[in-house]
Design a protein around this ligand. Structure first.
Ligand code: NAP
Length: 321
C-alpha cells in the first residue's frame, strides 16, 4: 500500500509516522510532505529515512491513501487534489467532519460506515474521539438521554507552535507570567466565541458527538478549557442514562469495550503515549437527578485523540475494501 502524509512534520503527523511502524497495513511506499520550511529535511520512518517534500499536485500521483495532518484551510486546498488522483483521504482537520456525505469515524463506534465506497473520511476532534469511545457502550446498554462535560485540554492540542510557546514560558519562569499565557494558568475558552457565548471548540464537540452517536437531538452542554499540561486531555463527563444502571454494571460494560477503568482519576502525566481511553471516579449523582452519573475521562490527544484513530480508520477501511 502506498501512503502519503501531508503535514508529516507537525505534532500529529510525527505521531502518525511513529505509529505506522506497528500498523497492520502493508506499507510499500511512504511519502511525507509539509511546507517549504520543511522541504529537504529528513525524517526517520520504519521504512528508513524519508525526505520531506513541499506538498504539490504530483505528490498524490500513484498513492492509495493519504493522511492530512494540517489545518482546515490546507486540507480544503489539497484533499480535492488527492481525490482527483483517486487517493482515499483521511482528514484530521475539522474541514469535512460535519459534511453530510463524509463519514466521521471512531471505528469501534461507527466503523460500519466504512466500506461503502467513501473517498474522504474525517477523523473527529481530540475530545470527541475518547468521549464517544467511552459513552457509546453506555448508550448501547443503558440508553443515553443527556451529556454535560467540561474539558481540560493540554497545550499540544493546539499544535507545535503552542507547545513551543509553553516551552518558552517554562524556560523564562518566573519572569514572564502574564494573563493569556499557558503557564500556571487556565484558559476558559478555546477558539473564538460566537454571539451565543459558545467557543468554536465547544460547538465542534457538540455537533461531532451528535453525528457519531447518531443522536442529532441529544442535549449536550460543553465547557472547553486549556490547561498548562503538555500532552493528554481530560474531561469531566456527566451523563443521564435511559434506564437504571449500577456502577458495577457500567464499569463492566466499559471494560468489555477496552476502556481502562480505575478508581482514581486518570492523569495526563501517566497516560501520555498510551493508546487507551481511561475512566476514573465513576459515581452516581444522587443529589442531581435519577440516572445521573459522572466520570473523569483521560486519553492521549495525539494518540486516540488524533493519529491512532486516523490509523485505525485506515486499517478498518482497508479491511472492508
Ligand atoms: N494536536 C492535536 O492534539 C490534534 C488532535 C486532533 C486533530 N488535530 C488536527 O490535526 C491537524 C494538525 O494539527 P497539529 O497539532 O499536528 O498541527 P501542527 O503541529 O501545527 O502541524 C501542522 C502541520 O501542517 C503543515 N503545514 C502548515 N501549512 C501548510 C501548508 N500550507 N501546506 C502543507 N503543509 C502545511 C506544517 O508543516 P511545517 O512543519 O513545514 O510548517 C505541519 O507539518 C489540525 O487540523 C488539528 O486541528 C490536532
Amino acid at each position: 500500500m502506498r501512503i502519503g502524509i501531508v503535514g508529516a512534520t507537525g505534532i500529529v503527523g510525527r505521531e502518525l509516522v511513529t505509529l505506522l511502524a506497528t500498523s497492520k497495513l502493508e506499507i510499500t511506499e511512504l511519502r511525507l510532505s509539509a511546507t517549504s520550511r520543511s522541504k529537504g529535511k529528513s525524517m526517520a520512518t520504519h521504512l528508513g529515512e524519508r525526505r520531506i517534500t513541499e506538498v504539490n499536485p504530483g505528490f498524490f500521483s500513484g498513492l492509495d491513501m493519504c493522511f492530512f495532518c494540517v489545518s482546515p484551510a490546507v486540507s480544503e486546498k489539497w484533499v480535492p487534489v488527492a481525490l482527483a488522483n483517486d487517493v482515499v483521504s483521511i482528514d484530521n482537520s475539522s474541514r469535512y467532519r460535519l459534511e453530510k456525505d463524509v463519514p466521521l469515524v471512531v471505528p469501534e463506534v461507527n466503523g460500519d460506515l466504512l466500506g461503502k465506497g467513501e473517498r474522504i473520511i474525517a477523523n473527529p476532534n481530540c475530545i470527541v474521539t475518547p468521549l464517544v469511545a467511552a459513552i457509546y457502550p453506555i448508550k448501547k446498554h443503558f440508553g443515553l438521554e443527556e451529556l454535560i462535560l467540561s474539558t481540560y485540554q493540554s497545550v499540544s492540542g493546539a499544535g507545535q507552535e503552542a507547545l513551543n510557546q509553553l516551552e518558552d514560558e517554562l524556560a523564562s519562569y518566573p519572569s514572564d507570567l502574564r494573563e493569556g499565557k499557558f503557564l500556571l494558568n487556565v484558559l476558559g475558552a478555546i477558539g473564538s466565541i460566537d454571539e451565543s457565548g459558545h467557543s468554536q471548540e465547544e460547538i465542534k464537540i457538540v455537533r461531532e458527538t451528535r453525528k457519531i452517536l447518531n443522536m442529532p437531538e441529544i442535549p449536550v452542554a460543553v465547557t472547553a478549557a486549556r490547561v498548562a499540561v503538555k500532552r493528554g486531555h481530560c474531561q469531566a463527563v456527566t451523563f443521564i442514562t435511559g434506564k437504571d444502571a449500577d456502577l458495577r454494571e457500567i464499569s463492566e460494560v466499559l471494560q468489555a469495550e477496552g476502556i481502562v477503568v480505575t478508581a482514581a482519576p486518570p492523569q495526563p502525566l501517566a497516560l501520555g503515549g498510551s493508546d487507551k481511553v481511561y475512566v476514573g471516579r465513576l459515581r452516581e449523582n444522587r443529589e442531581h437527578r435519577p440516572r445521573s452519573y459522572s466520570l473523569w475521562l483521560g486519553a492521549d490527544n495525539l494518540r486516540k485523540g488524533a493519529a491512532l484513530n486516523a490509523l485505525e480508520i485506515a486499517e478498518e477501511w482497508w479491511f472492508r475494501h
